[in-house]
Every structure is written in C-alpha cells, then in structure tokens.
Write a protein that binds this ligand. Structure first.
Ligand SMILES: [Zn+2]
Length: 126
C-alpha cells in the first residue's frame, strides 16, 4: 500500500502542528519542500513524504520595512531563506530574533505561525 503523496494542504496542516514535511522523489531521490506537483530534478511524480527536523541556518534574509497592501501593522519584519539540515531551503518569516542579530549561517528552528486561521512558515532562535 502506498502512502498518499503529501499535498500543500497537508503540508500546512502538519506545519501547524509543528512538523515540517518534505517530499522525496522515488525516481531520482531529490528532496523538495513545500510539496510540488512534479520533481524539479527529473520531472517525475513519485513523491514520498519525509519528516524534516526543522533545524537549519539562514542562507539569506531581508528586512521588510514597506508593507505589502493590508500588512501595514506588521512592518518591520524579516524574512529568510533557511537551508535545512536535510539540504533543502525554505522561505519563512523570522520571529523573536532582533534584526541586528540576523546573519548568514545563523542557526534557526522552524516555528509554525498561525494568524487568522492561516498557517505560515516561521523561523525562530535555534
Ligand atoms: Zn526526481
């Protein structure tokens, strides 16, 4: 019996519970997160879910000071691309880390952010 491929909806449901889940290609072994329709490496659709530890380091970051429409109350805030220990990268909002402490290579840990019933990816201190 094959386990159902994790969908974006499942990804965010599990993320809300504090679990990061990637998908691994059954053909070429590539790891992807969040889930994608087709493997970006080989074009196949042979995904299997893989639990991820949620630990990583900042690969790049930026501080948002001009808010997108409807988010004026949120600025300033930082977003970062985090390279997880499993080798995949994920974009998320930085929480509980002062801007002046942000640095490439800083260890961080996944943290689900829930606002107005929507779950998004956050990263806090490791
Ligand atoms: Zn593949």
């Amino acid at each position: 019996m094959t386990e159902p491929v994790i969908t974006l909806r499942h990804f965010f449901e599990r993320a809300r519970a504090g679990e990061l889940t990637g998908v691994r290609c059954g053909k070429c072994g590539a790891l992807a997160i969040p889930p994608k329709e087709l493997c970006p490496e080989c074009g196949e659709r042979a995904w299997a879910p893989v639990p991820l530890a949620g630990a990583g380091t900042i690969a790049s970051y930026t501080v948002i000071r001009v808010a997108p429409r409807g988010h004026a109350a949120d600025v300033p805030y930082a977003v970062a691309v985090v390279k997880l220990t499993e080798g995949v990268s994920l974009l998320g909002r930085v929480v509980d880390i002062p801007f002046e402490n942000l640095a490439i290579g800083l260890p961080v840990r996944f943290r689900p952010l829930v606002k107005d019933g929507e779950t998004s990816v956050g990263f806090g201190p490791a």
